[in-house]
Design a protein around this ligand. Sequence first.
Ligand code: CTP
Length: 221
Amino acid sequence: MKFVVTAGPTREPIDPVRYLSNRSSGKMGYAIAEAAFEERHEVVLISGPVCLPPPPLNLLRVSTSDEMFDAVHAAVRDCDVLVMCAAVADYKPAQVTTSKMKKRDEKFSLELVPARDILQSLPRDRDFFVAGFAAETNDIERNAREKLRHKNCNMIIANDVSDSAIGMESDNNAVTIFFEYGAPKSIACAPKNVIARQLVKIICETAQKTFDKKNLRMNDS
Ligand code: CTP
């Protein structure tokens, strides 16, 4: 299959020297891209700024949420599976100043506007499979199911980012996968490359079932 995998954070510039970002290391997304590549799938990895060595596959580097938005929309024109692992910004500064903002001895507020949601912007009627992620600190199942529905994903991979032993920056993870149909599946705490191999297997099986169902429906009509 043709995989598009996103990884890492985005950086939303404030001025020429400052930006808003988050703690995503990119490790989970890179591990998924590499696991899919090892299984001989075609892989495009769209990565925000990370400190990881570039894997030997098609790597597109982006920085802002707008750049990631454009790169994903271009890449999904020719893909079977999109895995949105990147921690894309929810907000960006309303204005980016061209010169460095000077320090002042007074409070100040930064006006933020919503960044575009990449998953929500994807067409509802599409011929590729979408696996989203849900980074949660509480009410994991409720929030993950809400994202599955609201973001129109075929599956959501939820992880508990309140636990520092797993998730963001850690080498390990533990996830629960929620599907459109059927019971959730959990993968216990393990190194991210081990989790990634299992995720690629589950993604391929579920994508294949989704495509088969779609073909059946098309043949029926
Ligand atoms: N995502 C996206 N575009 C954004 C923000 C997030 O496509 N601008 C995707 C992420 O790549 C992930 C999913 O949405 O696959 C959920 O991201 P998450 O950070 O867990 O949730 P948010 O949508 O940001 O919502 P909240 O912060 O309220 O939990």
